[in-house]
Design a protein around this ligand. Sequence first.
Ligand code: EPZ
Length: 419
Amino acid sequence: MNDRIYIEGGHQLKGSISIQGSKNAALPMMAASLLHEGVSVLKGCPRIADVFCMEEILRNLGAVTWWEDHDLYMDCTNATKWSVPFLFTGKMRSSVILLGALLARNGKGSLGYPGGCVIGKRPIDLHLLVLRNLGAVITEEEGILTAECSKMKGTVVSFPKKSVGATQQGILGAVLADGKTVLENCAREPEIVWLCRYLRSMGAKIHGDGTGKIKIHGVGRLNGGCMQVPPDRIVAGTYICAAAITRSRITLENFPDGELDSFLEVYRKMGGQYKGNSGKLIVDGENVQSPAPMLKTGAYPEFPTDLQSPVMAVLTTVKGRSCICENVFEDRFKAAQQMVKMGADIRIQGRKALVYGGKELHGTTVKAWELRGGAALILGGLAAGGVTILDGYSYVQRGYEHICQDLNMLGAAVKRMQE
Ligand code: EPZ
């Protein structure tokens, strides 16, 4: 199957596009739906590869799922299986957060040990820490993790470091446990707040989400959930970078207000302008001209690691030296090497990438190795002279529902290569 797209550079963008539902909010909400023995609905759910993979896993566990446009229905009445084959966990490591939900639902759960991926080792020690503290006995044999606990018991867990997935794992494990659980040094990402909103709508008793300390009082059962998936803040940030790299003015509908403050601060310091509220943002990238002397990624509310590569693409087109420090993942500069093939001057020094911007980018064939790096290379193609061919477009499709269609609606020239 041809996995390439063409990007013809040099087009200004204009007009408006609507932001899709959030991948990183939808996935844990789907896992949470397992905790109700009936039908739950996620409205405005993105139709992307990772969601389809999670849907396949739920079906594999006995759930019945169906779509009505972008509304995903999950009937988990008979989702009584407790083992997730490696076929799925190898493909999508975020499926590890199912372990807590499987334990809470069935008293048992097993899944293939989720490997690391191209952006880093991505251990799951913090996931196992919180489940063990809740009473789970977890063994690993030939790459298969098996967790058992007839009924988890509330506890206090202080995470040694912030982890989005491990925080979600603890929440999913604790909502049906006996007694009170306190999670300390939690991650504060919006996706954690959305998971807790969804669980509260199902009857869970959770307080403190969005802060470093989350308190959960276990309940006996949960009702069906029905909630709108929030807009994807990383997709929104990617499109703001598209406006910035082409020095264009665009409008974003269904914008996730209040979830991109650190990113917008960097964008503004680069000369970017924006205005708007209540779900609509007008973005003006025409005056983007200043480098980022020191950009550090970190846990929310710091600058999001998922927008590190997209912003790097923009910085290659801005005269001057920028320095990006990737503090979250240990190997998230793969896209930089591909941007160098397009003519960018980027020098990697461990966790730091030094970008000497202002060099003309030229179209060539580049390779995506992971989701956000792939999106960044598409942005590079928008600004490059000539045609850029991106190989590995399927990585981008894991998180972006219609990035080609969206960019073309704004005046870009991006298309799938025919067989
Ligand atoms: C979530 O991954 C997101 N994925 C990632 O988005 C995002 O980059 C990341 O959070 C950080 O914001 C989903 O939500 C599905 P972490 P997650 O646990 O939960 C280390 C994308 O492009 N760590 O917060 O896996 C880990 O290695 C993806 O949409 C441990 O050491 O991230 C990393 O260095 C990419 N032990 C740091 O913590 C653990 O048990 C933060 O990882 C778990 C994590």
